[in-house]
Ligand binder design. Structure first.
Ligand SMILES: C[S@@+](CC[C@H](N)C(=O)[O-])C[C@H]1O[C@@H](n2cnc3c(N)ncnc32)[C@H](O)[C@@H]1O
Length: 300
Protein backbone atom coordinates (compact mmCIF):
# COMPACT_ATOMS: atom_id res chain seq x y z
CA UNK A 1 0.00 0.00 0.00
CA UNK A 2 1.41 3.40 -0.93
CA UNK A 3 0.59 6.15 1.54
CA UNK A 4 0.70 9.87 0.81
CA UNK A 5 3.29 11.84 2.79
CA UNK A 6 4.96 15.28 2.87
CA UNK A 7 6.24 16.13 -0.69
CA UNK A 8 4.24 13.33 -2.36
CA UNK A 9 2.84 14.30 -5.77
CA UNK A 10 -0.96 14.12 -5.85
CA UNK A 11 -3.65 14.83 -8.41
CA UNK A 12 -6.73 16.25 -6.64
CA UNK A 13 -9.38 14.86 -9.01
CA UNK A 14 -12.88 16.39 -8.95
CA UNK A 15 -13.85 15.52 -12.53
CA UNK A 16 -12.16 15.20 -15.96
CA UNK A 17 -12.04 18.97 -16.44
CA UNK A 18 -11.37 20.02 -12.84
CA UNK A 19 -8.23 18.52 -11.40
CA UNK A 20 -5.18 19.98 -9.67
CA UNK A 21 -1.62 18.66 -9.60
CA UNK A 22 0.12 19.41 -6.29
CA UNK A 23 3.12 18.46 -4.20
CA UNK A 24 1.88 17.83 -0.65
CA UNK A 25 3.06 20.41 1.85
CA UNK A 26 1.59 20.34 5.39
CA UNK A 27 1.08 24.11 5.53
CA UNK A 28 -0.53 24.50 2.09
CA UNK A 29 -4.20 24.73 1.17
CA UNK A 30 -5.70 25.00 -2.30
CA UNK A 31 -8.58 27.47 -2.76
CA UNK A 32 -10.95 26.28 -5.50
CA UNK A 33 -14.55 26.84 -6.66
CA UNK A 34 -15.52 23.62 -4.80
CA UNK A 35 -13.98 24.89 -1.54
CA UNK A 36 -10.64 24.66 0.29
CA UNK A 37 -8.49 21.54 -0.06
CA UNK A 38 -6.07 21.24 2.87
CA UNK A 39 -2.95 19.27 1.91
CA UNK A 40 -2.58 17.99 5.47
CA UNK A 41 -5.86 16.05 5.10
CA UNK A 42 -4.19 13.89 2.42
CA UNK A 43 -1.21 12.88 4.56
CA UNK A 44 -1.35 9.24 5.70
CA UNK A 45 -4.08 8.35 3.20
CA UNK A 46 -3.68 5.72 0.49
CA UNK A 47 -3.63 6.91 -3.14
CA UNK A 48 -7.18 6.53 -4.48
CA UNK A 49 -8.80 7.74 -1.23
CA UNK A 50 -10.71 11.01 -1.01
CA UNK A 51 -10.72 14.21 1.04
CA UNK A 52 -13.58 16.67 1.56
CA UNK A 53 -13.60 20.45 1.17
CA UNK A 54 -15.23 22.96 3.54
CA UNK A 55 -18.14 23.07 1.02
CA UNK A 56 -18.73 19.33 1.47
CA UNK A 57 -17.41 18.42 -1.98
CA UNK A 58 -14.77 15.75 -2.34
CA UNK A 59 -11.78 15.02 -4.56
CA UNK A 60 -9.97 11.72 -5.15
CA UNK A 61 -6.26 11.62 -4.32
CA UNK A 62 -4.75 10.12 -7.48
CA UNK A 63 -1.12 9.31 -8.15
CA UNK A 64 -0.02 11.48 -11.12
CA UNK A 65 1.02 9.71 -14.33
CA UNK A 66 3.10 11.16 -17.20
CA UNK A 67 -0.22 11.97 -18.89
CA UNK A 68 -1.21 14.16 -15.91
CA UNK A 69 2.16 15.95 -15.87
CA UNK A 70 2.01 16.63 -19.61
CA UNK A 71 -1.58 17.90 -19.53
CA UNK A 72 -0.56 20.30 -16.70
CA UNK A 73 2.80 21.30 -18.20
CA UNK A 74 3.86 24.96 -18.22
CA UNK A 75 3.64 26.02 -21.86
CA UNK A 76 6.41 28.14 -23.35
CA UNK A 77 5.65 26.74 -26.81
CA UNK A 78 3.20 24.47 -28.58
CA UNK A 79 3.56 20.96 -27.16
CA UNK A 80 3.20 17.40 -28.41
CA UNK A 81 0.06 15.83 -26.90
CA UNK A 82 -0.44 12.30 -25.51
CA UNK A 83 -2.42 11.13 -28.58
CA UNK A 84 0.74 11.64 -30.66
CA UNK A 85 3.27 10.67 -27.98
CA UNK A 86 2.03 7.08 -27.83
CA UNK A 87 2.29 6.57 -31.59
CA UNK A 88 5.76 8.15 -31.76
CA UNK A 89 7.07 5.74 -29.13
CA UNK A 90 5.40 2.69 -30.68
CA UNK A 91 6.34 3.40 -34.31
CA UNK A 92 9.94 4.39 -33.55
CA UNK A 93 10.35 1.42 -31.18
CA UNK A 94 11.59 3.60 -28.33
CA UNK A 95 12.56 1.54 -25.28
CA UNK A 96 14.74 1.44 -22.17
CA UNK A 97 18.49 1.75 -22.79
CA UNK A 98 18.19 3.81 -25.99
CA UNK A 99 19.96 7.00 -26.95
CA UNK A 100 17.41 9.51 -28.23
CA UNK A 101 18.17 12.94 -29.69
CA UNK A 102 15.61 15.74 -29.79
CA UNK A 103 15.89 18.92 -31.82
CA UNK A 104 13.61 21.64 -30.45
CA UNK A 105 13.04 20.98 -26.72
CA UNK A 106 10.27 23.59 -26.45
CA UNK A 107 8.35 22.99 -23.22
CA UNK A 108 9.74 19.42 -22.89
CA UNK A 109 6.47 17.55 -23.26
CA UNK A 110 7.96 15.10 -25.78
CA UNK A 111 11.27 15.09 -23.87
CA UNK A 112 9.57 14.10 -20.58
CA UNK A 113 7.55 11.32 -22.12
CA UNK A 114 10.45 9.82 -24.06
CA UNK A 115 12.72 10.06 -20.98
CA UNK A 116 10.11 8.12 -18.98
CA UNK A 117 10.40 5.30 -21.56
CA UNK A 118 14.20 5.14 -22.04
CA UNK A 119 15.02 5.44 -18.33
CA UNK A 120 16.79 4.21 -16.26
CA UNK A 121 19.61 3.15 -18.60
CA UNK A 122 18.78 5.21 -21.69
CA UNK A 123 19.15 8.96 -22.19
CA UNK A 124 17.63 11.87 -24.08
CA UNK A 125 19.91 14.60 -25.54
CA UNK A 126 17.81 17.64 -26.34
CA UNK A 127 18.81 20.85 -28.18
CA UNK A 128 17.19 24.26 -28.39
CA UNK A 129 18.21 27.74 -29.52
CA UNK A 130 16.02 29.61 -27.07
CA UNK A 131 17.31 29.97 -23.51
CA UNK A 132 13.95 31.06 -22.12
CA UNK A 133 12.21 27.95 -23.42
CA UNK A 134 15.10 25.90 -22.05
CA UNK A 135 14.44 27.27 -18.54
CA UNK A 136 10.74 26.39 -18.75
CA UNK A 137 11.67 22.93 -20.07
CA UNK A 138 14.11 22.39 -17.18
CA UNK A 139 11.37 23.26 -14.66
CA UNK A 140 8.90 20.89 -16.35
CA UNK A 141 11.46 18.07 -16.42
CA UNK A 142 12.20 18.52 -12.72
CA UNK A 143 8.52 18.54 -11.83
CA UNK A 144 7.94 15.10 -13.33
CA UNK A 145 11.27 13.71 -12.04
CA UNK A 146 12.86 13.17 -15.48
CA UNK A 147 15.75 15.66 -15.26
CA UNK A 148 18.42 13.02 -14.58
CA UNK A 149 17.64 11.17 -17.79
CA UNK A 150 17.91 14.27 -19.98
CA UNK A 151 20.83 16.47 -21.12
CA UNK A 152 19.75 19.90 -22.34
CA UNK A 153 22.03 21.98 -24.57
CA UNK A 154 21.66 25.45 -26.03
CA UNK A 155 22.55 24.82 -29.66
CA UNK A 156 21.40 25.84 -33.13
CA UNK A 157 21.36 22.54 -34.94
CA UNK A 158 21.60 24.29 -38.32
CA UNK A 159 25.06 25.68 -37.62
CA UNK A 160 26.80 22.59 -36.22
CA UNK A 161 30.07 21.51 -37.84
CA UNK A 162 30.28 18.21 -36.01
CA UNK A 163 27.31 16.15 -34.69
CA UNK A 164 27.05 16.65 -30.89
CA UNK A 165 25.77 13.05 -30.54
CA UNK A 166 26.36 10.02 -32.76
CA UNK A 167 24.88 6.50 -32.94
CA UNK A 168 21.46 7.63 -31.79
CA UNK A 169 18.63 5.10 -31.98
CA UNK A 170 16.05 7.78 -32.67
CA UNK A 171 16.06 11.50 -33.56
CA UNK A 172 12.95 13.60 -32.91
CA UNK A 173 12.56 16.95 -34.67
CA UNK A 174 10.09 19.66 -33.70
CA UNK A 175 10.95 22.92 -35.44
CA UNK A 176 9.38 24.91 -38.28
CA UNK A 177 11.62 23.76 -41.14
CA UNK A 178 12.66 20.16 -40.35
CA UNK A 179 13.76 19.48 -43.96
CA UNK A 180 16.74 21.83 -43.47
CA UNK A 181 18.31 19.70 -40.74
CA UNK A 182 18.02 16.23 -42.30
CA UNK A 183 21.73 16.02 -43.30
CA UNK A 184 22.75 16.83 -39.70
CA UNK A 185 20.20 14.34 -38.34
CA UNK A 186 21.53 11.62 -40.64
CA UNK A 187 25.01 12.05 -39.13
CA UNK A 188 23.63 11.52 -35.63
CA UNK A 189 21.68 8.32 -36.38
CA UNK A 190 22.61 4.64 -36.44
CA UNK A 191 21.86 2.72 -39.64
CA UNK A 192 18.13 1.92 -39.67
CA UNK A 193 17.64 4.43 -36.83
CA UNK A 194 14.30 6.20 -36.78
CA UNK A 195 13.42 9.83 -37.24
CA UNK A 196 10.15 11.48 -36.28
CA UNK A 197 9.24 15.02 -37.23
CA UNK A 198 6.31 16.98 -35.84
CA UNK A 199 4.76 18.95 -38.74
CA UNK A 200 1.68 21.09 -38.10
CA UNK A 201 1.12 21.75 -41.84
CA UNK A 202 1.00 19.60 -44.97
CA UNK A 203 3.46 21.88 -46.77
CA UNK A 204 6.05 20.86 -44.19
CA UNK A 205 5.31 17.18 -44.86
CA UNK A 206 5.90 17.63 -48.58
CA UNK A 207 9.23 19.40 -48.23
CA UNK A 208 10.35 17.02 -45.52
CA UNK A 209 9.53 13.90 -47.55
CA UNK A 210 11.56 15.15 -50.50
CA UNK A 211 14.48 15.91 -48.22
CA UNK A 212 14.24 12.46 -46.56
CA UNK A 213 14.54 10.73 -49.94
CA UNK A 214 17.42 12.99 -51.00
CA UNK A 215 19.18 12.02 -47.78
CA UNK A 216 18.62 8.27 -48.11
CA UNK A 217 15.78 7.56 -45.70
CA UNK A 218 13.22 4.81 -46.27
CA UNK A 219 9.98 3.49 -44.69
CA UNK A 220 8.68 7.07 -44.93
CA UNK A 221 5.20 7.53 -43.47
CA UNK A 222 3.09 10.62 -42.75
CA UNK A 223 0.12 10.27 -40.41
CA UNK A 224 -2.48 12.24 -38.50
CA UNK A 225 -3.91 10.99 -35.23
CA UNK A 226 -7.41 11.98 -34.29
CA UNK A 227 -8.72 11.35 -30.80
CA UNK A 228 -12.48 11.31 -30.21
CA UNK A 229 -13.93 11.23 -26.74
CA UNK A 230 -17.08 9.19 -26.23
CA UNK A 231 -19.59 10.19 -23.57
CA UNK A 232 -20.71 6.80 -22.36
CA UNK A 233 -23.94 6.86 -20.34
CA UNK A 234 -26.69 4.28 -20.10
CA UNK A 235 -28.99 4.53 -23.09
CA UNK A 236 -27.46 7.72 -24.55
CA UNK A 237 -23.83 7.06 -25.44
CA UNK A 238 -22.50 9.37 -28.15
CA UNK A 239 -19.45 11.33 -29.30
CA UNK A 240 -18.54 14.28 -27.13
CA UNK A 241 -19.41 17.72 -28.54
CA UNK A 242 -15.95 18.83 -27.53
CA UNK A 243 -12.79 18.01 -29.42
CA UNK A 244 -9.67 19.46 -30.96
CA UNK A 245 -9.85 19.78 -34.75
CA UNK A 246 -6.14 19.68 -35.49
CA UNK A 247 -2.86 19.52 -33.64
CA UNK A 248 -0.16 18.19 -35.97
CA UNK A 249 0.88 15.63 -38.55
CA UNK A 250 3.71 13.21 -37.87
CA UNK A 251 6.37 12.10 -40.30
CA UNK A 252 8.37 8.93 -39.66
CA UNK A 253 11.34 7.47 -41.61
CA UNK A 254 14.40 5.26 -41.17
CA UNK A 255 18.01 5.78 -42.18
CA UNK A 256 19.02 3.54 -45.08
CA UNK A 257 21.99 3.15 -47.44
CA UNK A 258 20.64 3.51 -50.97
CA UNK A 259 23.85 2.69 -52.75
CA UNK A 260 24.79 -0.54 -51.01
CA UNK A 261 24.92 -3.41 -53.44
CA UNK A 262 22.10 -5.78 -52.54
CA UNK A 263 23.57 -8.64 -54.62
CA UNK A 264 27.02 -8.76 -53.03
CA UNK A 265 27.48 -10.34 -49.61
CA UNK A 266 29.90 -7.66 -48.43
CA UNK A 267 30.21 -4.43 -50.32
CA UNK A 268 33.68 -3.04 -51.05
CA UNK A 269 34.82 -0.66 -48.31
CA UNK A 270 34.44 2.47 -50.40
CA UNK A 271 30.73 1.73 -50.97
CA UNK A 272 29.90 0.63 -47.42
CA UNK A 273 29.27 3.99 -45.80
CA UNK A 274 26.86 5.98 -47.86
CA UNK A 275 28.32 9.38 -46.89
CA UNK A 276 31.69 8.28 -48.29
CA UNK A 277 30.15 6.38 -51.14
CA UNK A 278 28.02 9.36 -52.11
CA UNK A 279 31.22 11.19 -53.09
CA UNK A 280 32.66 8.23 -54.98
CA UNK A 281 29.68 7.42 -57.21
CA UNK A 282 28.96 9.47 -60.29
CA UNK A 283 26.25 12.11 -60.35
CA UNK A 284 24.37 10.11 -62.99
CA UNK A 285 24.44 6.99 -60.82
CA UNK A 286 23.20 8.94 -57.79
CA UNK A 287 20.29 10.46 -59.73
CA UNK A 288 19.33 6.99 -60.91
CA UNK A 289 19.34 5.59 -57.36
CA UNK A 290 17.33 8.52 -56.00
CA UNK A 291 14.78 8.24 -58.81
CA UNK A 292 14.19 4.53 -58.32
CA UNK A 293 14.00 4.93 -54.55
CA UNK A 294 11.56 7.82 -54.83
CA UNK A 295 9.37 5.63 -57.01
CA UNK A 296 9.46 2.77 -54.52
CA UNK A 297 9.16 4.79 -51.32
CA UNK A 298 6.31 6.94 -52.53
CA UNK A 299 4.65 4.02 -54.40
CA UNK A 300 4.53 6.14 -57.58
C1 LIG B 1 7.24 23.69 -31.05
S1 LIG B 1 8.62 23.84 -30.03
C2 LIG B 1 8.93 22.18 -29.52
C3 LIG B 1 7.89 21.66 -28.55
C4 LIG B 1 8.25 20.34 -27.91
N1 LIG B 1 8.28 19.26 -28.87
C5 LIG B 1 7.29 19.98 -26.78
O1 LIG B 1 6.60 18.94 -26.90
O2 LIG B 1 7.24 20.67 -25.77
C6 LIG B 1 9.94 24.18 -31.13
C7 LIG B 1 11.27 24.51 -30.47
O3 LIG B 1 12.30 24.45 -31.46
C8 LIG B 1 13.30 25.38 -31.12
N2 LIG B 1 14.13 25.64 -32.31
C9 LIG B 1 13.82 26.37 -33.42
N3 LIG B 1 14.84 26.38 -34.29
C10 LIG B 1 15.84 25.62 -33.74
C11 LIG B 1 17.17 25.24 -34.17
N4 LIG B 1 17.66 25.67 -35.32
N5 LIG B 1 17.91 24.44 -33.35
C12 LIG B 1 17.41 24.02 -32.15
N6 LIG B 1 16.16 24.35 -31.71
C13 LIG B 1 15.39 25.14 -32.47
C14 LIG B 1 12.47 26.58 -30.63
O4 LIG B 1 13.23 27.46 -29.84
C15 LIG B 1 11.34 25.89 -29.87
O5 LIG B 1 11.62 25.81 -28.50
Amino acid sequence: MELIKQNSPVLFFFNSSKKWLVKISKKEALHTHIGILKHVDAIGKEYGSKITTNKDKYVYLLKPTMYDYIMKIQHGTQIVYPKDLGYIVARAGIQNNQKVVEIGTGSASLTSFVASIVKPRGHVYTFDVDENFMKIAAKNLKKCGMEKYVTQQNLDIKTIKKPPVTDADVVLIDLGDPWTVIPQVRQMLKGSGAIFAICPTMNQLEKLTMSLIENEFTDIESTEHILRTIEAREGKTRHSFQGIGHTTYLCFARKAFFNRDSKKKSAPKSKKISETAKKSISKKEKTKILKSNKKQDLSL
